[in-house]
Every structure is written in C-alpha cells, then in structure tokens.
Unconditional design. Structure first.
Length: 184
C-alpha cells in the first residue's frame, strides 16, 4: 500500500478588488505600515497581498499618489503626503497628472465671478475635486464636489471675472490634451 499523499499547503491570498482605487489604497497602506525602499520591494508586498502589478503601473501609481523617497531611520524609504495635502512636484508633473484626470472627467467649465463650475459624468466630481485640491494650484483656494459638479473657488475678488475665466479656459485646454506649460 502506498503512503498517503500529503496535501500541499495552499497560500491563502486575500481577495482584493482589482480597481485602480483599491490598488492605490493598498499601496498607501503598505507605505504607511512599513519602510519600503524600492519599487521591487513594494511589488513583492503587493503580490503577497494578492495584487499583481507591472513595474510601469506601480511607477505610475506612485507618481499619482505623490509618493517621494524620504530619509528615515531605516534609510531612504517611500512616503506619501497626508490625505488632503498638496502633492509636490514640478509644474510639468502636476500639469500631466491633472491633465489625465481632466481628459477623462471634465465635460464642461463655466466661470462665474470668483467661482468656476466644472461638470463631470456622474460619480466623477469627488475624484476631480480631490485632484484639483492636491495639485496645489496657486489660483485655487479650494473645491466643493458633489456627484457630477465641482465648484472651484478661486483666489480673487468676485468683481474680477477675468482670472476665473482664464483658469476655466486653461482647465478646458487640459481636458482637450492641449497642456504644454499651462500651469507654469
């Protein structure tokens, strides 16, 4: 009689949605919970958590999250800015990141006084409003987002409509993919 076969232990991998938002939330969790010094290491941690990602996607995610390497007691590690804080970067990087979202989400923009009303598809306003807040544009004091509308509050007196009109036009150019040097 043959010896009984032992079952090979199966690795239990938690189920994680494969959405971009879920993947990026997991990246933030990992970076806040451990000192991660390389993209390769972060890729392995994600894989262990059930999230398979290519190096190019991981690099893009880190950029979109505003992750930077900082010096810590453990050496140079990745860190993300606290939620709601502007992300640092070159004007070109801010321009490109914001342009991608505007191309995907912006349906229309209308300046009225010191406000700009931005229209998005249903469910897109929160994402666009957050991206505008994090971009740290000097003309923008803040945003208020609903389901499909973002109200962008500019740093100008309401009597002067010119700068709000110009910012609305620049956001529309970004949405159309015409964004060379718009926010420099």
């Amino acid at each position: 009689m043959a010896a009984p076969r032992r079952a090979t232990p199966r690795k239990v991998v938690p189920l994680v949605p494969v959405t971009k938002a879920a993947r990026q939330a997991r990246i933030v969790e990992l970076l806040e919970g451990a000192a991660v010094s390389s993209q390769t290491e972060l890729g392995r941690l994600l894989a262990a958590a059930g999230v398979e990602v290519t190096q190019a996607t991981l690099s893009r995610d880190l950029d979109e999250l505003g992750a930077v390497k900082v010096r810590t007691a453990a050496g140079m590690t990745y860190a993300v800015p606290p939620e709601g804080q502007p992300r640092k970067g070159t004007p070109e990087a801010v321009d490109a990141r914001l342009a991608r979202l505007l191309e995907e989400l912006l349906i229309g923009a209308e300046a009225t006084g010191g406000l700009i009303v931005l229209r998005t598809p249903p469910g897109g306003a929160q994402l666009l409003g957050s991206a505008l807040d994090r971009a740290g544009l000097p003309e923008v004091a803040g945003t208020v987002a609903g389901d499909d509308t973002v109200v962008l509050i500019t740093r100008q007196p309401p009597a002067k409509a010119g700068p709000a009109d110009a910012l609305a036009a620049r956001l529309l150019r970004l949405a159309e993919g015409r964004h060379q040097g718009d926010f420099q």
